[in-house]
Design a protein around this ligand. Sequence first.
Ligand SMILES: Cc1ncc(COP(=O)(O)O)c(C=O)c1O
Length: 366
Amino acid sequence: MEYETPLFFHVMEYADRADRDVIDMVSGNPDWEPPQALRDGLHEYADLEPDQFQYPPSDGLRELREEIAARRGVDTEQVVITNGAGEANYLAMARALERDRGDEIVLADPVYPYYPGKTTMLGGTQRFVPTDETGHLDPADVRAVASEETAAIVVNSPNNPTGAVYPAETIEALVEIAEEYDAILVSDEVYDHYDLSGTFSSALELDSEHRIVTNAFSKSMAITGFRVGYAIFPPDLVENAKSRHMLVNVAGSRPSQYAVLQALRETGPAYYEQNRELLRERVETFTDALDAAGAEYSTPQGSFYVLARFEDYPGTLENVERLIDEAGVAGMPGEAFGDSRRDWLRFALVTPRVEEAAARLATYFN
Ligand SMILES: Cc1ncc(COP(=O)(O)O)c(C=O)c1O
């Protein structure tokens, strides 16, 4: 079987190899500071005794799981520390499929490409539900494709790539559908701290045996390289997930978990608010310039991506490479996110050069 590998790393490498200055708006790597307590935790770790350099518990440092459980209002046993939200999603989707209640995974289109990739890898089948033009998902459309074959519905809010933040009613309705068809709602909330709209609603607010919530510190603490995430399972589903995690990874990274625990304990809301404020400014700067360039675009309610459409410039990989070479701006092809955004390009607001990038686009397309 051939797996479809998401294009992110390909485009990043292409941009790196270009023999001109390129503004990187490809990756989801924040360019802002991590919490100070995270740096302090890492420094401290370097001087610990050798026993602290050995395997942590497979399901994660106990204190980190306790800290997360207390904050999220769940039992510590329900929390599995993972290798980022990526592994959390993998464990959640695998767990849904191995229940043998169908092999279909319902996904939104546009979609974060790792979901369909993981679906194929796990032997499942994708069922896509188109969102509206603002990226919102109508639960009635999900219900229309749901059946006894549905193993899971996988959603992401705040959303990559649309920036949509699903209201509480959507999440509630999706949990209901999952319950009705004995399926699992997998709610990927990795951008929860980047809700710019104040309307974010976590699936954890609902009590259900049919939902798994995934998350990570990758984005919230600006540490995508640390690889610390987590999944929160219903009590009856957690044991198999822990076994799978152990068989695949043995355990996670101890220094990363140690530093994240320190940062979680010591970082107040001001840190997260400051990052949201930075993003708000960048959204404004970038979309103002897109207006000037005559482009159509999405204004994100959350996450840190903007989808833009330029006339006669579809979002193909070829056009993305041309834009890197000729305009010096690197984005992601819309076609990487499914059929519905083929005409669009996605730009990540993870560079201080947002204004310059927008100016380059305006010059190039005018
Ligand atoms: C929607 C979504 N889920 C998961 C991930 C992966 O997160 P992590 O780096 O924590 O594995 C990303 C990264 O961009 C993402 O956008």
